[in-house]
Design a protein around this ligand. Structure first.
Ligand SMILES: Nc1ncnc2c1ncn2[C@@H]1O[C@H](COP(=O)(O)OP(=O)(O)O)[C@@H](O)[C@H]1O
Ligand SMILES: [Mg+2]
Length: 418
């Protein structure tokens, strides 16, 4: 009986770590800047009718882009906002169909289908056509209007309805935007969203005056940094003016440690298998190990935590269990980093390799270019710039350093071996 009880204390149902799942992790770390950007800037400003750009959050796989906006959407839902389900664009899919479908759902939240105004029912009908035909509607030219204008119109109606409700914002989240490879579909989509974001309506204010305000609509786009390449030429300057881009990088060790502090101090509450509760703790060394092992990667953080959880049965997770658990996860950790490296163009990979082979203090562009076998230093310039500004993998300070610490560890040491 006693040992049964022990085993049930760290079972799969109670394990709070969630590598790679689509839920919001129970053990949350950092990203405070992005969360407060939503809470203190985007939401209040859009609610107040002030202009505020959409947000584009990019980053290498596993950095927590989808999760971050999922959490923002959860908070929004809890505040009573109208929130689209996370729209994940499959490779090659027609994004207009998906987005049209989601905007129709927002319209339903706003109660628009019940409206007797012809303008609104016509708009809904047009967006329903977009949901069925997507970008091909442009070709058919059914009613002489491009799909994006129907989407914009309906978003504006949703925005008006939200103004009437006073404290409500409509939030749209589109994930895996790099998968939108059809140029026309991408530009239609970005124009539709951008036009709705910049649209102003006239409202009455006390005293009888009429003033212009923006709509209470917020847009988050998330995806791989490759989206940035589609940016320049296709999306153009208009996009850059309407959306603000953030590139996520590794989570700070202090934030990861803080996330585990609850295990160290109070313990994580679980059911004891007998209708009561128990607490699972971590030795301070165990928590420090998890932080050290995962190198700021949220996915690896969840993985290390999960494996440590399963590596023992006792009420306290020990440092030894963290190591034992990690050994079982090393292959997955390797695969995670290799997946990131494999996606990179050969030249970018070569630069990272050359950089990793130098001692930290010798990582200057000159030495890196030498290591890459390039004749001129300037030949390495564009590649290093991309790895910094587009991908967020390195930082071109003096000297250069890695922001992606798992990539650094993998290329310059035995990590993930411990
Ligand atoms: N802020 C965070 N704190 C803790 N774990 C996180 C955090 N953000 C993401 N994760 C975890 O990291 C993993 C990858 O997150 P995900 O959002 O799928 O990454 P991306 O969309 O950037 O590829 C998931 O297992 C998720 O639970
Ligand atoms: Mg994702």
């Amino acid at each position: 009986m006693g040992s049964d009880k022990l085993i049930s204390m760290r079972d799969a149902l109670d394990n709070p770590f969630s590598p790679g799942s689509d839920t919001i992790p129970e053990v949350w770390a950092g990203r405070t800047e992005q969360l407060s950007d939503w809470r203190d800037v985007v939401r209040p400003r859009r609610l107040a009718g002030l202009p505020e750009r959409g947000r584009t959050i990019l980053g290498e796989p596993g950095l927590g882009k989808s999760t971050l906006v999922r959490r923002i959407a959860q908070e929004a839902t809890r505040s009573g906002d109208w929130v689209t389900p996370q729209l994940r664009i499959p490779a090659g899919a027609d994004p207009l169909k998906l987005v049209a479908d989601a905007v129709l759902k927002l319209a339903a939240d706003a109660g628009l289908p019940a409206s007797r105004e012809k303008r609104i029912s016509d708009t809904i009908a047009r967006v329903q056509a977009v949901a069925v035909s997507g970008i091909s509607l442009t070709i058919r030219g059914a009613d002489g209007l491009e799909p994006y204008s129907a989407l914009t119109q309906l978003l504006i109606e949703v925005g008006r309805a939200a103004i009437a409700r006073r404290d409500v914002i409509a939030l749209i989240h589109i994930d895996e935007i790099q998968n939108i490879t059809d140029e026309r579909a991408l530009s239609q989509l970005l124009i539709a969203l951008g036009d709705a974001l910049t649209h102003e309506v006239e409202v009455d204010v006390p005293g009888g005056a009429r003033v212009n305000r923006s709509l209470p609509i917020a847009v988050y786009l998330t995806g791989l940094p490759d989206f940035e390449d589609m940016a320049g030429a296709r999306k153009g300057a208009t996009f850059a003016r309407r959306f603000k881009t953030t590139t996520l990088s590794a989570i700070d060790d202090e934030d990861l440690a803080e996330a585990l502090q609850v295990f160290v101090l109070e313990g994580w509450e679980v059911s004891d298998g007998n209708g009561g509760t128990a607490r699972i703790r971590m030795e301070p060394d165990a928590a420090a190990r998890v932080v050290d092992i995962c190198r700021g990667e949220p996915f690896l953080f969840q993985l290390a935590g999960e494996q440590a959880w399963y590596a023992g049965v006792g009420a306290t997770i020990t440092a030894e269990e963290v190591l034992r658990g990690w050994r079982g996860a090393q292959r997955e950790a390797t695969a995670h980093v290799e997946r990131i490296l494999e996606r990179l163009p050969a030249r970018e990979r070569l630069l990272l390799q050359a950089m990793a082979e130098l001692p930290a203090e010798a990582r200057t562009l000159t030495r890196i270019a030498e290591g890459m076998g390039l004749a001129k230093v300037t030949d390495a310039g564009p590649t290093s710039q991309r790895l910094d500004t587009v991908r967020g993998i390195i930082d071109r300070g003096k000297p250069y350093s890695f922001r992606h610490r798992a990539v650094e560890a993998y290329l310059s040491s035995d990590w993930p071996k411990v």
